[in-house]
Design a protein. Structure first.
Length: 263
C-alpha cells in the first residue's frame, strides 16, 4: 500500500498557501460579496485561493485531474484527482465567524486517499491518509467512545435546511434525545467529530468538495462517514460523520417518514 507521504506533505503545503491568501480578507471591512448562479455567496478570497491551489497542483502533480468549487472540473490523464473547496463556510467567513475552512482531498480511483481540513482563522489543521491515521496539528486524534445518543453532542449546519428537505421531525426527535445539540456547521462540525469533541454531524445537502476529505479522515480517526442512505460515499449529496458507535442509530432515525416539526 502506498504511504501517500509526499502527497500529504503537498496537501499541507497547499493548505498553508491558501491560508496566506484568505486571512488578509477575513474580517476586512472592504470585502465584496457576489452571488453565484445557485445564489450562494463567493468572494475574491474564495477565487484567489482556488486559483493559487490549482497552479500548485498543476506544477507539482501534472496530469492529475482537479475538481474545484469555484472553477469546475479539469480532467487529468492519471487515475488521481484533487478536490478543492477553498473556503468551506463562506457565509461564516463573510460574517467574520472563524469556523470556516479550506478542504483538500486526493482521490484515487474516485476514492479519497488523502484529506486535509485547514481552519485558517483558528490556526488548526487536520490531515489523514489511507492506512496512516488521522492527525490534528501533528498529533494523532481519534473519535470519541460515546455509545449512546443520550450522552452525545449532535451537530448540524442548519435545522432550517433539515426542515426544508423533509428531515425536520426526525432530526428534532433525535436532537431532543441528545445530551447536547449545536449548530456548528460546515467542516468545523465534521472536524469536531473526527477528534472526539462531538459524536455526530449531519449535513442534509452537500457537494463532493464539501465532504471529499471526510471519506478518509473519519475512517482513519476510527469513525465513519456515509450518506444518509447508509452508503459509504462522498457523492450522494448529503452526509453523516460520526464516531461509528451511534452511526446506525442516526441513520435509522433520519430515515423516519417526514412529518411536522416540533423543535
Amino acid at each position: 500500500m502506498a504511504d501517500y507521504k509526499q502527497e500529504t506533505g503537498l496537501a499541507l503545503e497547499m493548505a498553508r498557501a491558501a491560508a496566506a491568501i484568505i486571512l488578509p480578507y477575513f474580517q476586512s471591512s472592504g470585502l465584496q460579496v457576489e452571488s453565484k448562479q445557485d445564489n450562494s455567496p463567493v468572494t475574491i478570497a474564495d477565487r484567489g485561493a482556488e486559483e493559487a491551489l490549482r497552479k500548485l497542483m498543476e506544477k507539482h502533480t501534472p496530469g492529475y485531474g482537479i475538481i474545484g468549487e469555484e472553477f469546475g472540473s479539469q480532467p487529468g490523464k492519471a487515475d488521481r484527482e484533487w478536490v478543492i473547496d477553498p473556503i468551506d463556510g463562506t457565509k461564516a467567513f463573510i460574517h467574520g465567524v472563524p469556523l470556516f475552512g479550506t478542504l483538500l482531498a486526493l482521490l484515487e480511483g474516485g476514492k479519497p486517499v488523502v484529506g486535509v481540513i485547514s481552519l485558517p482563522a483558528l490556526g488548526q489543521v487536520m490531515h489523514a491518509s489511507l492506512g496512516n491515521g488521522c492527525f490534528l496539528d501533528g498529533k494523532p486524534c481519534r473519535v470519541s467512545a460515546v455509545g449512546r445518543i443520550e450522552d452525545a453532542l449532535l451537530l448540524d449546519g442548519s435545522s432550517t435546511t433539515m426542515e426544508r428537505l423533509g428531515h425536520g421531525a426526525a432530526w428534532a426527535a433525535l436532537r431532543k434525545r441528545a445530551k447536547l445539540h449545536r449548530g456548528w456547521g460546515d467542516c468545523y462540525g465534521h472536524m469536531l467529530v473526527s477528534c472526539g469533541r462531538a459524536e455526530a454531524m449531519v449535513d442534509p445537502v452537500v457537494s463532493v468538495w464539501d465532504v471529499a476529505p471526510l471519506g478518509v479522515i473519519l475512517p482513519e480517526a476510527g469513525g465513519r462517514f456515509s450518506a444518509l442512505s447508509g452508503k459509504d460515499s462522498i457523492y450522494e449529496g448529503n452526509g453523516v460523520s460520526s464516531n461509528g458507535a451511534i452511526h446506525a442509530e442516526i441513520l435509522r432515525a433520519m430515515a423516519a417518514p417526514p412529518g411536522p416539526t416540533n423543535p
